[in-house]
Design a protein around this ligand. Structure first.
Ligand code: 4AD
Ligand code: MG
Length: 431
């Protein structure tokens, strides 16, 4: 039997085909039964006329429950009002596995119930749409860097040192070698890569033992991190805005159907075009003050601060030159004013907050040694990293984009937990 999927049906109009999938929904109207078949590639209305099929098929349809796995046979018709543009004039139905009492029904369920049943919830049409968008975002990310001559370089997951501060490390025992930590970021390894290959990116899971219960935090999330030799902070911002524009504009074109399923209002996404506004940290503080926020210079921007700043603009905004004290040890200080780090955060519109964090890196050995001491980091664990400043050091920059925050924003989700197949959060590590 030729394997045909719902997405292929355009090639089979007028022909009799058999498709395998799951019973998504059914309804009756006198002598007709309608079922919706789903197969992961789409949805297909199959119409069973009492006169056209056996009594047994009619009874089977009556009996089987939602999510029974089935094979349907019939003639493909063009039907422009139907979701995928086709309908099946059905002649047969075979049951592969009969199911009753599927836990997730079209009625509303609480979020904890849905998360407990995440392995089944993934079959729902919105979750399918999110997973397809996530997949397309991943492809857009890879296409963007691959087409620009970057080399993908996979960093280790088990690492001996902290990148983003020691407070959020997942620790594990590594044989006789003491503690190892799940990586918080591939950046330090990307820097080694940039000095070997010029332009690299890492892309993989990263881990933070974040105690935050916000809708913006996972303990396991995916991050893509480009790193480029000879790029300064401005080059880094140029790259970040071109990258984000590419991702969003690609999804708007390629995943319009899925965005419709999610009922996403895309007008604000259409605006994601270069150039993005570039706002100095001091200007961001001014914006907060003008809006009556009692914000102290020198603090990091919190979630609500980020939202307020980004609300002033119609597209993502790049906030740069944060105070060095709130940023990571590896960031280069502004040579004109040591108070500031050559850092940039990109804030997404519509309250989604920081989706990119990056900087120019400290490339001077002595300054970097000072930073490592100030941050109470063990120098011995960083000797290899310091070598990058001992041998052919160059200015270099990079950033990290959080995949789930990006998907969550593009899909217009309330919480990051739906942007990843099986979310890991402070209070959840199942299923
Ligand atoms: O700003 P962060 O911590 O930067 C770094 O890790 C740098 N080493 C990146 C670099 O320069 N190569 O994290 C980068 C991005 C954030 O902007 C956010 O999108 C995402 O990673 N992120 C999280 N996403 C989900 N859950 C969390 N707990 C996250 N923490 C950071
Ligand atoms: Mg950050």
């Amino acid at each position: 039997m030729q394997k045909i999927t719902i997405s292929d049906l355009g090639k089979f109009v007028g022909q009799e085909v058999t498709l395998q999938g799951w019973l998504f929904n059914k309804r009756s109207s006198g002598k007709i039964k309608f079922i919706i078949l789903r197969d992961g590639t789409g949805y297909l209305q199959c119409v069973y006329f009492k006169g056209n099929v056996s009594e047994e098929v009619f009874e089977t349809i009556e009996r089987i429950g939602q999510e029974s796995s089935i094979a349907v046979t019939g003639k493909v018709k063009e039907e422009l009002r139907a979701p995928g543009g086709h309908e099946l004039d059905a002649t047969n139905l075979e049951v592969i596995h009969e199911t009753h009492d599927y836990p997730i029904t079209p009625k509303e369920h609480g979020i904890e119930f849905l998360l407990d049943h995440r392995h089944l919830w993934l079959r729902s049409s919105k979750q399918v749409a999110i997973m397809k968008i996530r997949h397309r975002v991943v492809k857009a990310i890879r296409d963007f860097f691959d087409n620009k001559g970057f080399t993908l370089m996979d960093p280790p997951i088990l690492t001996p040192n902290a990148v983003e501060g020691t407070s959020t490390l997942f620790e594990t025992q590594y044989f006789d070698l003491g503690s190892a930590y799940l990586t918080q970021s591939g950046q330090l390894y990307a820097e080694a890569g940039a000095l070997a290959l010029g332009k690299v990116y890492t892309f993989g899971p990263t881990f933070r033992a974040e105690k935050s219960k916000t809708r913006r935090h996972l303990t396991e999330f995916w991050m893509v991190e480009p790193e480029v030799a000879f790029n300064d902070l401005n080059d880094n911002m140029d790259l970040a805005e071109e990258f984000l524009e590419y991702i969003v504009q690609t999804i708007l074109v390629e995943k319009a159907e899925e965005l419709k399923v999610l009922e996403r209002d895309t007008t604000k996404l259409q605006n994601v075009k270069r150039p993005f506004p570039r706002v100095h940290y001091d200007e961001a503080v001014e914006i907060l003050h003008k809006n009556g926020i009692n914000f102290e210079w020198g603090n990091d921007l919190g979630g609500t601060d980020e939202t307020l700043v980004s609300e002033q603009f119609d597209r993502p905004v790049m906030v740069h030159h944060y105070p060095a004290v709130v940023k990571a040890f590896y960031m280069k200080r502004d040579p004109n004013d040591e108070k500031y780090a050559l850092a940039v955060d990109v804030l997404a519109p519509e309250g989604y907050g920081e989706i990119i964090g990056g900087s120019q890196r400290e490339d001077n050995l002595d300054f970097l040694l000072e930073r490592i001491k100030e941050h109470n980091l063990p120098q011995s664990a960083f000797e290899w990293y310091l070598d990058l400043r001992r041998y052919g050091s160059v200015p270099h920059s990079g950033f990290g984009l959080g995949l789930e925050r990006t998907v969550s924003w593009i899909c217009g989700l309330d919480h990051l937990r739906e942007a990843i197949p099986f979310p890991r959060m402070i209070y959840r590590n199942t299923p």
